[in-house]
Design a protein around this ligand. Structure first.
Ligand code: GUN
Length: 294
């Protein structure tokens, strides 16, 4: 039976570290990290995420600025809010919750965020830095996956890593991070031929496709480390609903060496990494070296 990688516990420890470092930053430099989160519209899942981000920012000792905007807000107004936040010295991190309504260009919005405050790591400047190995901001979900992997496996060099999914938010930056750790990386996706065979070659298998329970036990190499990024709400036969990942937990657990559960695996790491990135931003913007070993 696979070891369960407890993302919830790891995220709790990371949040505690961020809280302690925040307290040091405040007492030594009189700087309080500030995170601005913008939500456009009333999508229920996005509302829950944004509420949790604000709550956990406050718990870490940050300033939290929530901007809830109506669904029909103009692109221009959203862009001018970003200009104000870019200029606001109390704000070190800016996050615009995605997806946005169709009349607003996500690309234009992301482009407008000052890359030094882009704690989501979505700005083209940070994407380029990750791809070329320069210091920037790494998207929170893949950063959390990478922390879990390094904590469990230690050195990742030379391992075969397969990332299933090629999104800009998870798949592509995850592949870049694994390459940086000297893994041999394959990015698989919906058009990949013989997907099960490709997955079976993985020492590290990261599933980020958004398809409930797609990865089955016989797709997994015995002893592999499986990271499940999926969060899918499914209707059960009895009419109630449940959260499941992209991995068929019951069958994969019999084969893998270690596996992240859903919920309680990657999910809690994402917000903890957002706080971490915002703390880093507060240091960098003020020219303060970020203490190592975090
Ligand atoms: N929507 C789903 N995941 C994310 C994320 O990591 N950041 C933002 N801004 N929006 C999202």
């Amino acid at each position: 039976m696979a070891l369960i990688l407890d993302g919830k516990a790891f995220a709790g420890k990371l949040r505690e570290k961020v809280r302690e470092m925040t307290s040091t930053l405040m007492s030594e430099h009189r700087i309080q990290p500030g995170l601005a989160v913008i939500l456009v519209g009333e999508d229920p899942a996005s509302q829950v995420y944004v509420r949790n981000k604000g709550k956990q920012a406050l718990e870490a000792g940050f300033n939290s600025f929530e901007h809830k905007l109506p669904d029909d807000i103009s692109e221009e107004k959203l862009l001018s809010l970003l200009d104000r936040l870019n200029d606001d010295d109390k704000v070190h991190g800016i996050l615009v919750q995605l997806p946005l309504p169709p009349h607003i260009s996500e690309q234009k919005v992301i482009d407008r965020i000052n890359p030094e405050k882009d704690v989501d790591g979505f700005h083209i400047s940070n994407v380029g830095k990750l791809a070329t190995g320069l210091e920037g901001f790494v998207p929170c979900t893949p950063l959390g996956c990478s922390m879990l992997l390094k904590d469990y496996l230690g050195d990742l060099s030379g391992l075969n890593a397969v990332v299933v999914g090629r999104s800009n938010i998870v798949g592509k930056p995850m592949a870049a991070l694994l390459l940086k750790e000297s893994c041999t990386v394959t990015v698989a996706h919906s058009r990949t031929k013989n997907l099960a065979d490709v997955c079976r070659r993985a020492d590290i298998l990261v599933a980020a496709v958004g398809r409930p329970k797609m990865i089955k036990g016989d797709w997994v190499k015995p002893g592999a480390t499986v990271i499940d990024v999926g969060i899918n709400r499914i209707k059960k036969e009895d009419g109630t609903s449940a959260l499941v990942g992209d991995v068929d937990f019951d069958s994969v657990q019999q084969v893998a060496g270690a596996i992240t559960p859903v919920p309680g695996g990657v999910g809690p790491m994402t917000i903890a990494c957002l706080l971490y990135n915002t703390l880093v931003a507060a240091h960098r913007i003020n020219g303060i070296p970020f203490p190592a070993d975090t």
